[in-house]
Design a protein around this ligand. Structure first.
Ligand code: DGL
Length: 270
């Protein structure tokens, strides 16, 4: 495995930039290739066979770009497809998932809520994660259909968004949750809006630092951490029209990212 090879990162859209910026900050010598499948977002409304087939094509694309590992920066892909995807690829696949374990372990009120897409919350894998790590803490699921679309549209704090967040979060807040677990990579971009609605006493947990630590561990375990001293390039391939992607990337990130148009991948047959 060539340590100078890039790490691939994929998401249904630009939400995964919230994880990419943490990987960049913690592992600045890793070249990163990000695929934002914005042309097909949101995945949260699609079925499992489609998500699995599409994610497999994108990972294959990243393998062809020479990636030494792939990071799934989409909780929805992790929840419904990662178990089926892993056996098809020889490189490590590191997958984000909601930080239920640390949130449940440190809740003082004994109740936490996970915000995620409906598809993620309905998945057997997330329900297993909850059963395994909730202990005596109550874990509420708050499905947030349409929330990622606000981010894809560049809307991070409009009055309409705040009203929607209020509708989504009020029932959980009334039940005494003290922690909100962000279970979709788009939501860290809504951190300020969520904090405004939830109030100052509620903790909001983004798993990106934990996932980045796992990326470091996995690369190190196979001798593939890039020992270089150079700041390496960031490339983003988007399946949305480039002009739209460019405007949004600039709104969501101040990293120097080179944008490319994702070539047409064969249509998922599933
Ligand atoms: N960013 C994705 C996630 O983490 C989902 C957004 C979507 O529905 O496409 O789940």
């Amino acid at each position: 495995m060539n340590p100078a090879a890039p790490v691939g990162v994929l998401d249904s859209g630009l939400g995964g930039l919230s994880l990419l910026r943490v990987i960049r900050a913690q592992l600045p010598h890793e070249a990163l290739i990000y695929v934002a499948d914005s042309g097909y977002a949101p995945y949260g409304d699609r079925d499992t066979p489609w998500i699995t087939a599409r994610a497999a094509q994108i990972i294959q694309f990243l393998v062809q770009q020479g990636c030494k590992a792939v990071v799934i920066a989409c909780n929805t892909i992790t929840a419904v497809a990662v178990a089926a995807l892993r056996p098809s690829f020889a490189i490590p696949i590191i997958a984000i998932e909601p930080a239920i374990k640390p949130a449940a372990a440190s809740s003082r009120s004994g109740a936490i809520a996970v915000m995620a897409t409906t598809r993620t919350l309905e998945s057997a894998s997330l329900q297993r994660l909850r059963d395994r790590y909730s202990g005596t803490t109550r874990v509420l699921f708050v499905a947030c259909p349409g929330l990622a679309d606000h981010v894809e549209a560049g809307d991070l704090h409009s009055p309409g968004l705040l009203a929607r967040l209020n509708d989504l979060l009020s029932p959980a807040l009334e039940q005494g949750v003290d922690t909100l677990v962000l279970g979709c990579t788009h939501y860290p971009f809504l951190f300020d809006a969520i904090a405004k609605v939830a109030g100052p006493d509620i903790r909001i947990i983004d798993p990106s630092p934990a996932v980045t630590a796992e990326v470091r561990r996995r690369l190190s375990a196979i001798g593939a951490l890039n020992p270089g001293q150079r700041i390496t390039p960031l490339t983003l391939w988007s399946s949305a029209p480039l002009q739209r992607a460019q405007a949004l990337v600039e709104r969501l990130s101040d990293l120097p990212i080179q944008l490319r148009e994702l070539p047409e991948l064969p249509a998922p047959t599933a």
